[in-house]
Design a protein around this ligand. Structure first.
Ligand code: FES
Length: 591
């Protein structure tokens, strides 16, 4: 990255640590009088503040129309208030983002992953262009968190992240149970197969399938906050907190909780510590902290999207992290959490029993999580959680280490003649560890959804449904297949595996394999598989293979023609031209 000017003068006025090491070049003399004139107009109150106060950019990934993000401007205002009270200059700005749930299953989803790059680009751009001395980011929805961390890694100035927080649980009166947004997608499968009914528990059974869908849509999201299970947003927030880049409890504090507002004030204290001690992202984004991210993700059953995002964050930070690290950590870390999507509980439930710091405390005590890593508080991770309560002995959300749900992690890295450069499977053990079936191929998810809607996927046969040309370049944008996976689960198609070069939402579950690499659009083997080929997914040998000879594959390769690009202009065309493969995080700046 560009070597931006930074003053190395150790002390500012009165011998205190110099906190405005970047902005001082604009503000100390009269070399940039226009800049100072503009800054006075924007709110710098006096000359002393102009000369000494650090400039802190406060980047909310804010927009209306999505519960994950709609409150982030208000959190930013709270942060600004706290920064100002502590003598710092706070400059709020925001980056774009999109809602994964709203874009899901339609053409909009192609725009989702590329927003991670736009967020990183925005944070890097504003921080460097405006000569900010520090940066606080406030993300909410899935791609926001890795985008913010990638932006921080690029500008490498003292930074921390405040997670917007998890949503509260919804409740369905018709199904008489807690629900969340993923319930809507799963119900859609049952709706399609006319099996969506009220429970047979002696209560009301008069509601039609449309009444039930109306109820679910109306009550799944009760207010602000990111999707409530261990889906991508909560996964990324949990991992980033375990890397030391956000305050203790940030990832499990619900968006609606007064504690989230208090976190905003504490963030101002922490960023001052980071400025005073020169705690920069490159000191926090280390191999050890990524190891922690992997450990907590495996223990809590986090989203497969974490694989893509951790790789992208590591590549951006110059940390040597590969797919093999995921398998190594998955092999040794037990899966402990009964959290949605595979389990019963939500992040809001985990908050009630102590939250993520209590889980970290458990894992540190067991020697699984590294408590010695530095964090944005200026203390180590272990010091941060030392006074946090232990998980109560009678809680049922986090299993004990000697009684895990599964003795190893749920994320498996698969390789084989189907995916020579790797694929990512989420295996919780509930679906079994091995699956063999006949391929049924769909070019694009829409084709599969149409087949599901027409009831064309038969029950009673072992099928491997292949959705291809949905990779980073081919999608473009590696769209998530939540609609298909949710519909398959909801329809009760239990003898079906879903394999794609696209992604799955963190809310997906079942026998699913994504991120198949190389992708179909560049001629990977997934482009060559044909209906009826036998496919075997084996989570014990970490393989995904097709029973097709090398000669036959070679013959098919000679006949294969690259598809025409889906888009030729605009942001997705630029993205498709720049993006790298999924096994290297699908970043756009490895040129
Ligand atoms: Fe934003 Fe799920 S749609 S976290």
């Amino acid at each position: 990255y560009l070597n931006f000017t930074r003053s190395e003068e150790p002390n500012g006025i009165d011998g205190k640590p110099m906190l405005n090491r970047y902005s001082t070049h604009l503000t100390r003399e009269h070399d940039f009088p226009g800049a100072q004139a503009m800054l006075y107009a924007a709110g710098v109150p006096d000359k002393l503040t102009m000369k000494t106060a650090p400039h802190v950019g406060v980047a909310s990934v804010w927009w209306e129309g999505n519960p994950c993000n709609m409150h982030l401007l208000d959190l930013g205002k709270e942060v600004k208030k706290a920064l100002t009270a502590r003598g710092m200059l706070a400059w709020q700005y925001n980056t774009i983002g999109v809602s994964d749930a709203i874009t899901m299953g339609n053409q909009g989803m192609r725009f989702s992953l590329q927003t991670r790059e736009i967020i990183a680009d925005s944070v890097e751009t504003v921080t460097c262009a405006q000569a900010h001395d520090a940066n606080i980011t406030i993300p909410g929805c899935d791609k926001n968190m890795p985008g913010c961390i990638m932006g921080m890694a690029r500008h490498n100035r003292p930074s921390l992240m405040i997670y917007g927080g998890t949503i509260d649980k919804g409740y369905s009166e018709t199904l008489r149970k807690p629900i969340n947004v993923a319930t809507c997608y799963e119900a859609f499968g049952a709706y399609t197969f006319n099996t969506l009914r009220q429970p047979d528990d002696g209560g009301d059974t008069s509601k039609t399938k449309d009444d039930i869908m109306d109820d679910l849509e109306r009550h799944a999201c009760p207010g602000a906050g990111a999707c409530g299970g261990m889906y991508t947003a909560n996964t990324m927030a949990t991992a980033i907190e375990s890397m030391g880049l956000s305050l203790p409890g940030s990832s499990s504090t619900p968006a609606s909780s007064p504690a989230k507002m208090r976190e905003c004030a504490k963030a101002a204290d922490a960023i001052k510590v980071c400025l005073e001690r020169d705690i920069t992202p490159n000191k926090l984004l280390t191999k050890k902290s990524f190891e922690n991210a992997l450990v907590i993700t495996m223990a809590l059953g986090g989203s497969t999207n974490a694989v893509l995002h951790f790789l992208a964050m590591a590549i951006t930070a110059g940390v040597d992290l590969t797919l093999d690290d995921f398998q190594r950590v998955s092999d040794k870390i037990p899966f402990l959490a009964d959290l949605a999507p595979s389990g019963k509980y939500y992040m809001a439930d985990l908050y009630e029993i102590g939250g993520v710091p209590s889980v970290q405390k458990l894992l540190i005590a067991a020697g699984l999580l590294d408590g010695s890593i530095p964090t944005v508080t200026g203390k180590t991770l272990a010091e941060n959680v030392a006074s946090w309560p232990c998980l109560p002995s009678d809680q049922v959300i986090i299993r004990s280490l000697d009684n895990p749900i599964k003795s190893s992690g749920h994320i498996q890295i698969l390789r084989g003649n189907f995916a020579p450069l790797g694929a990512v499977a989420k295996i919780t053990g509930k679906e079994g560890l091995k699956f063999t079936g006949r391929a049924r191929c769909f070019d694009k998810e829409a084709q599969l959804n149409e087949a599901l809607n027409r009831g064309e996927i038969p029950r009673g046969q072992n099928l491997v449904l292949i959705v291809r040309y949905e990779g980073p370049k081919g999608g473009p944008g590696m769209p998530e297949q939540l609609k298909a996976s949710g519909a398959i689960m909801g329809a009760g198609l239990t003898n079906v595996a879903l394999v794609t070069d696209g992604r799955y939402s963190g809310a997906s579950h079942g026998f699913i394999v994504g991120h198949v690499c190389p992708e179909a659009a560049v001629g990977g083997p997934i482009a060559l598989v044909a209906d009826g080929d036998e496919i075997t997914i084996d989570a014990e040998s970490n393989s995904i293979s097709m029973a097709v000879s090398d000669q036959e594959l070679e013959r098919r390769r000679r006949d294969w023609k690259p598809p025409k690009p889906v888009v030729t202009r605009g942001v997705l065309a630029k993205y498709a031209a720049l993006v790298g493969d999924a096994s290297h995080g699908a970043v756009t700046d490895l040129l």
